[in-house]
Design a protein around this ligand. Structure first.
Ligand code: P6P
Length: 344
């Protein structure tokens, strides 16, 4: 009987299909000595819900799930039907997965206590960010943060389980429903991106070990609010124009963030008259992306403090956000310091 060693490229006929998200998560499980697979299962639950939301997002124009839902959420923002659908899908997946004890959602006024006596994790999520872009076919996204509960498993959920600074995240990520659908996440050991292969119904590793360019020439800010900016923001944006940087602002945070992460750039949502504390939410937008940015070598600040070190005081607390390539954020901060110094 002849026995020959397997040679992966022996045939040369079939290209390698690549590493699925599931296989990648399993291969990285040893990064978590304390987590006997729960975090891996939780990431799979999020990936499953994102596949369903991806399908519904792609067919929104063909069914009656596009457009406004006819209600406003706790933020006072008009809910789109897909906002509500995505919120239900992620809550249902996280509840059934069995790893989560509580959920903070942009679409929910209060914390959702899943009454799960064995759940070790708290998830903060924006089920569908940028949803006002759905009807015009612009990329939108899901943003999530994952924390371990602080109080004993099985005991009542307390504020200390929920109101944790971003430094306490055990994982975070986003799903970008764009020209392709991508899931990008970190568990504190680098950033990896996976592209959804519709025909196989799975995410495959497509962007291993993402590193943000230290510098860039793209700035993302809503220039329509420039009359409301602090002087330092205006001075920095003027400096970008003087350097002939490119202005790119999609109006969808995940899409702007993802492009800047890969190509180099800075996204800014400063304090404005309408949003004196910034528009973006700390717990389920800024923290998740700040963890990704720092893990990829970038920076995220509120203009004076590292985003991840902000102690949340309320569930839906907003924050100014300056996030992206390390040198660009550092430059921006130097303009704020000059501006602040000029006031002394
Ligand atoms: P504005 C979408 O509502 C969002 O939360 C982000 O995705 C986006 O970057 C920002 O707000 C757009 O806000 O005020 O510029 O329209």
């Amino acid at each position: 009987m002849k026995i020959l060693p397997y040679q992966p490229n022996q045939s040369g006929l079939a290209y390698s299909v690549g590493t699925t998200l599931d296989r990648f998560i399993k291969s990285k499980q040893s990064d978590f000595p304390f987590a006997s697979g729960e975090l891996s299962q939780l990431l799979r639950d999020i990936a499953l819900a994102s596949k369903i939301v991806n399908r519904e997002t792609n067919r929104a124009g063909l069914s009656n799930i596009g457009g406004a839902f006819g209600q406003t959420n706790v933020q006072g923002e008009e809910q789109q039907k897909l906002d509500v659908i995505a919120n239900i899908r992620f809550i249902r997946a996280l509840s059934k997965g069995g790893e989560v004890c509580a959920i903070v959602s942009e679409e929910e006024d209060a914390v959702i206590d899943l009454q799960n006596k064995s759940g070790k994790y708290v998830v903060a999520i924006d089920p569908l960010d940028g949803s006002s872009n759905i009807d015009v076919n612009i990329s939108i996204g899901t943003i999530f943060s994952i924390y371990r509960r602080k109080t004993p498993v099985g005991s009542p959920i307390l504020e200390e389980d929920i109101m944790q600074p971003g430094t306490e995240q055990v994982a975070s990520g986003y799903i970008l429903y764009g020209s392709s659908t991508m899931l990008v996440y970190t568990t504190g050991f680098g950033v990896n991106g996976f592209t959804y292969e519709q025909s196989l119904g799975d995410f495959f590793l497509s962007h291993p070990s993402i590193q943000a360019p230290e510098n860039g020439s793209i700035y993302s800010i809503n220039e329509g609010t420039q009359n409301e900016w602090e002087n330092g923001v205006r001075a920095y944006v003027d400096s970008c124009k003087n350097k002939n940087y490119s202005a790119r602002y999609i109006g969808s945070l995940v899409a702007d963030f993802h492009r800047n992460l890969l190509k180099g750039g800075i996204y800014i949502y400063p304090a404005t008259k309408k949003n004196p504390h910034g528009k973006l939410r700390l717990m389920y937008e800024a923290n998740a992306l700040a963890f990704i940015a720092e893990q990829a070598g970038g920076t995220a600040t509120d203009g004076s403090k590292r985003i991840l070190e902000i102690q949340p005081k309320s569930l839906h607390q907003r924050t100014p956000l300056f996030i992206g390539s390390k040198k660009m954020v550092k430059d921006a901060l130097s303009y704020f310091q000059k501006s602040a110094a000029s006031l002394l």
